[in-house]
Design a protein around this ligand. Structure first.
Ligand SMILES: [Zn+2]
Length: 295
């Protein structure tokens, strides 16, 4: 087999410990927009929106109403479906690809049958002397992709961000970086479904808390192609969640790429004050597909 040109973009994974985020109630908010903890002013109303209700793709099943009628004292319970149809079994097959990941070239495998055509093609372009090498991604990020392929789930969050110890808060904070790194794996491996899932996960995390990421711009803008959807989402977080305060010192994004700063400032101007009006719905709630790639 001939040697194929390596096309992967070189970039170092974002170091999770460098991640930071902004709680919109911090004193970095300008007085008219928010408040410091010391003066006890309230956060703008839109910051306090509750997360949307769970979607239909839950894997638990409620016991039918009839059973509670027969035994009225029994509390409504949920039970996990233990058996699935034979036809629904994943067709794993036996063919696996060997990947060498990260600067230390940690070996991992992927069942070819789980991969889309575009991802297989992307992996073939990463061949180096007969081996697939993903040295610009961390083993942790590739493992997140791998776990998703095999389970359909994204394992990035800490149990409960509301009742956290200081250590758990740091772990929760690192999730921004984990998600961004995993997104870059999804884009480089041309797995649109995975990349879009990460976009949705980012939105879910932002909608479910008072925080949004304020340290991802440099890495995303440096390594993602022009017009990347995650870059667009980060800009909208700054405009609609942070009201522009995240591009001020001490946030890392304050020294972000010029193009990023320009896009946030343009977004603030275009929002024309609507971003601080809690009656106006954030753009990602109107249509999250605007941040997806659909080829
Ligand atoms: Zn979509």
């Amino acid at each position: 087999m001939g040697r194929l040109k390596k096309v992967v973009r070189h970039h170092l994974p974002i170091q999770p410990r460098e991640m930071s985020e902004q709680r919109v109630t911090r004193s970095t908010l300008s007085p008219e927009l928010g408040a410091s903890r010391s003066n006890g002013k309230k956060t703008p109303k839109r910051r306090r929106r509750k997360p949307p209700p769970p979607t239909e793709d839950s894997d638990v099943e409620e016991i039918a109403e009839e059973s509670s009628k027969i035994r009225p004292k029994r509390p409504r319970a949920v039970m996990r479906r233990r058996r699935s149809p034979i036809d629904a079994a994943p067709k794993l097959g036996t063919h696996v690809l060997f990947l060498f990941v990260g600067p230390d070239r940690i070996v991992t495998t992927l069942h070819t049958n789980l991969l889309g055509f575009s991802t297989i093609t992307a992996l073939q372009e990463l061949y180096q002397e007969g081996f697939i090498v993903l040295e610009s991604h961390s083993p942790e990020s590739v493992e997140l992709y791998r776990m998703w392929l095999y389970t359909g789930r994204l394992f990035t969050s800490v149990p409960d961000e509301e009742e956290t110890t200081a250590e758990e808060l740091v772990l929760a904070d690192r999730e921004w970086g984990r998600l961004a790194n995993a997104y870059m794996v999804g884009v480089d491996l041309r797995d649109e479904k995975f990349a879009n899932l990460i976009v949705d996960a980012m939105i879910e995390k932002v909608d479910g808390s008072e925080f949004y990421p304020t340290s991802l711009a440099t890495s995303l803008y440096t390594h993602m192609p022009w017009g990347d959807k995650m870059c667009h989402l980060i800009v909208d977080f700054h405009v609609w969640k942070g009201l522009g305060t995240g591009i001020e010192i001490p946030h890392e994004d304050a020294v972000g790429p010029q193009q990023f700063i320009f896009e946030v400032q343009r977004g603030l101007k275009a929002a024309n004050g609507m971003n601080s009006d809690p009656r106006i719905v954030e753009p990602w709630r109107v249509d999250r597909c605007r941040y997806h790639v659909h080829l």
